[in-house]
Design a protein around this ligand. Structure first.
Ligand SMILES: Cc1ncc(COP(=O)(O)O)c(C=O)c1O
Ligand SMILES: N[C@@H](CCOP(=O)(O)O)C(=O)O
Length: 466
């Protein structure tokens, strides 16, 4: 499979190439040159497979020509072996047509582990093949960081520097990153928001000498491999509920648009997905876009669902590219205008097209708390604030007769304060994190400036080399 940039000016690459490149040189995001498409009969052959096997078969067409199937299959088996639930991504029925798919049974208790545990192994494999070493720079609003650190710690050919917004993650999320002792891991707390962290990462990639010198790579969902590895759980849920012989809808709590883009990818591959409900907290640029074609950046303010405190949803560019009929020049012009003006000029026809599939819902903190309480009271289900927003979006957008699966993206123990407010108690952390509050933290505070962050990344890499 070959990959092209959404902005049309970067080299075409294979899967290994996009894995290592992360962001395309023209500032765009890599997309498959052609989508693999499966027939109803093909989908049926995947029904009932154990998750690692299913994942290998769904991801295989994207890796074709770069990673052989047996290698990919054994990486998938290893990646999910340590998950805390035998089904890996179990479905929980909430009412007769509403389900939650729990994506938080991996080591860091959020959906990021599903892709990241595989990515760590893919990086190892490809870097060994190419005899290379890279520096991963990542931005996190709370969950990507710890999942990346866990997946990449102590890997010989990787240095990892994670930027998180100072004081804007939950304490559990921060400690999951800052208490890991591994020589190749560094944490920077940026005096800014997640959007600032993500901008800094993109700016490092745009600084060609720095990019080359540090051999930069990415683990955020700007890296195509992250999106590819998030598609299988949509397939697993859809097949379990009767696809391809029955239509399915999904609801996804959304920030950077990477998770819901994977759902869109599953649909593009041929699954009968009829609706994608997108839930936001009050940082609701996506819901405003879907409601009124208003994609304008407003300030990010903290919420009970910190991982979604995002206003610039990077992966929207991938959807835009597709909805523009893959016109990379038009996509580049719109994205450059967005960067300049903080407002995206999406053509009306594209907006209408998007709203025929995607429905948005904004849930503020008070309603999120109510939703957590309601779910616990009525269904006995303990949902974290992100998951609660996804479930509320599922309820708002449900289609009678069509099952809706809401993505349960994080374990409630990651957000004890929000859970106490909503239901009066916080669930315990699992055993492997039980002493998290006793562990020493290590991170460096940096100003929200490119030069300061580049210096800190360079210092971290040099320290590891010494
Ligand atoms: C728990 C949780 N839910 C939802 C999201 C939003 O997902 P995405 O950024 O892929 O839209 C995130 C962050 O990515 C998250 O960590
Ligand atoms: N919510 C994320 C933000 C980064 O998203 P990604 O999917 O692009 O890595 C986080 O928790 O860090």
């Amino acid at each position: 499979m070959r990959y092209v940039s959404t902005r049309g000016q970067a080299p075409i690459r294979d899967f290994s190439g996009v894995l290592l490149a992360g962001l395309a040189e023209d500032g765009g995001l890599y997309m498959p040159e052609q989508w693999p498409e499966l027939s109803a009969a093909d989908w049926r052959t995947l029904r009932g497979l154990p998750y690692p096997e299913l994942a290998a078969r769904v991801i295989a067409p994207f890796a074709e020509g770069a990673i052989d199937f047996e290698t990919l299959r054994s990486m998938c088996h290893e990646a999910y072996a340590g998950f805390g639930h035998p089904a890996i991504v179990p479905l929980v029925q909430l009412d007769h047509e509403l389900f939650a798919q729990e994506l938080f049974h991996g080591p860091t208790l959020a959906f990021k582990d599903l892709a990241m545990q595989l990515l760590g192994r893919l990086f190892d494999h490809v870097l060994r093949q190419q005899d290379r070493r890279v520096t991963i720079v990542g931005a996190t609003s709370g969950d990507t960081g710890s999942a990346a650190i866990e997946a990449c710690r102590d890997r010989e050919r990787l240095d990892v520097v994670i930027l998180h917004p100072l004081g804007r993650t939950s304490e559990v999320q921060r400690r999951q990153m800052t208490t890991v002792r591994a020589a190749n891991i560094s944490n920077l707390a940026v005096e800014g928001t997640f959007d600032d962290c993500q901008d800094l990462v993109k700016a490092m990639f745009a600084d060609a000498p720095f990019r080359e010198d540090m051999q930069l790579s990415a683990v955020n969902s700007i890296n195509w491999a992250r999106v590819a590895a998030q598609i299988p759980y949509y397939v697993a849920a859809a097949l379990a509920l009767g696809a391809p012989d029955r239509e399915i809808a999904f609801a996804v709590p959304t920030g950077n648009f990477g998770n819901v883009l994977a759902a869109w990818g599953a649909r593009r591959m041929g699954l009968p997905i009829t609706r994608l409900n997108v839930g936001s907290n009050h940082n609701d640029i996506l819901a405003r876009f879907l409601g009124a074609n208003d994609m304008s950046v407003r300030g990010v303010t903290p919420s009970l669902s910190p991982s979604m405190d995002i206003q610039v949803s990077s992966n929207f560019e991938r959807l835009l590219f597709e909805l523009l009929g893959r016109d990379a020049n038009a996509c580049a012009a719109i994205m450059t205008g967005f960067r300049r003006e903080g407002r995206m000029a999406v053509p009306d026809a594209v907006w209408r097209d998007a709203t025929s599939l995607f429905h948005g819902l904004t849930l503020d903190d008070a309603h999120t708390t109510d939703e957590i309480r309601r779910l616990y009271g009525e269904a006995g289900y303990l949902a974290d604030p992100h998951t609660a927003i996804g479930i509320a979006a599922a309820r708002a957008g449900r289609i009678p007769g069509t099952p809706t699966v809401a993505m349960a993206t994080a374990h409630p123990a990651k957000f004890p304060d929000a859970m106490r407010t909503a239901v009066g108690f916080a669930p315990d952390l699992p055993k492997h994190l039980a002493d998290l509050y006793q562990r020493d933290e290590r991170f460096r505070v940096v100003p929200n400036r490119l030069d300061a962050v580049e210096d800190a990344v360079r210092a971290a890499v040099l320290k590891n080399a010494a």
